[in-house]
Design a protein around this ligand. Structure first.
Ligand code: NAP
Length: 259
């Protein structure tokens, strides 16, 4: 299917590896002019080169911490008028809420909620003026069903979700959609961290923890970043203009509810 977005411009935050990279690859494959951001120059520039080689589409990279005003300004300077914005970050550390200080909470809310909202604020008026825009926030299945040890993430992402639900309806008349994609378990560095922590807490090996997690997923496997990127690209496509304000789970059936 031709997604109809060749030539559009996109910023993909936190995209040198993992889910963000999967989104960047899928968009570049459609001929989107992608700018990827992450903090570590070497891995970021290598990712840009690899995606460009795989997709035969030039990819720009900008070293930027998207949780800071300076980082966001750098990303926006590299791609001032994006048609597509993918908000993503590195995720919050797992832990016990007894140990978290107000500063930890503020850091989490800044990263999971305020940073994406600031990126939306900086880009959405241009999208509405051009009468086309696609914003996808990578959140988590934790928004629908909280994950153990991940209270910082469960809470901060819910704040973003509530805000976006309102804003999506306001910009819908102008051809701009905003959706959240909620990953379950995907094969990335982040999953290693989360499973590693859970294994340590339970006195299991990493492999045992991974097997337990996989067994709990009806699809009986961990998702791939290519699968994630394909969904993201579809939500950014011309065909998805009537989908907005949604929280789209991609989790191999792990969430047990009917809705
Ligand atoms: P990942 O494989 O660890 O990749 C994270 C990416 O984000 C890297 O490119 C990293 O590069 C970049 N990054 C981290 N902090 C950043 C910052 N402040 N500014 C700019 N770039 C930053 O993680 P992932 O699995 O793709 O996870 C992406 C998001 O999805 C996270 O919020 C995670 O919690 C969420 N999620 C993941 C899963 C899963 O199973 N993988 C499930 C649910 C939710 P640098 O470190 O060089 O900046």
């Amino acid at each position: 299917m031709d997604l109809g977005i060749g030539g559009k411009r996109a910023i993909v935050c936190a995209a040198s590896q993992g889910l963000g990279r999967g989104c960047a690859e899928a968009l570049a494959r459609e001929g989107v002019q992608v700018t990827i951001a992450a903090r570590t120059r070497d891995t970021l520039e290598a990712a840009a080169r690899e995606i460009a080689a795989e997709t035969h589409t030039p990819v720009m990279s900008i070293v930027a911490d998207v949780t800071t005003p300076r980082g966001r300004a750098a990303a926006l300077e590299a791609c001032p008028e994006p048609d597509i914005l993918i908000n993503n970050g590195g995720g919050e550390p797992p832990g016990d809420f007894h140990d978290w200080t107000p500063e930890d909470w503020l850091r989490a809310v800044n990263a999971s909620m305020i940073a994406p909202i600031e990126m939306i604020k900086a880009t959405i008026d241009g999208m509405t003026a051009r009468r086309f825009g696609r914003i996808v926030n990578i959140t988590s299945s934790a928004v629908k069903a909280p994950l153990k040890n991940l209270g910082l993430s469960n809470a901060g992402r819910s704040g973003l979700t509530g805000f976006v639900a309102g804003l999506a309806r306001e910009v819908a008349p102008h051809g701009v959609t905003i959706n959240n994609v909620l990953p379950g378990a995907f094969d990335t560095g982040r999953l290693q961290v989360v499973l590693g922590y859970a294994a340590e807490q339970a006195g299991r090996t990493f492999e045992e923890q991974l097997a337990l997690r996989t067994e709990a997923i009806p699809a009986r496997r961990i998702g791939t970043v290519a699968e994630f990127g394909a969904l993201c690209a579809y939500l950014c496509s011309m065909h998805a203009g009537y989908i907005t304000g949604q929280n789209v789970l991609i989790d191999g059936g792990a969430y047990p509810g009917t809705f």
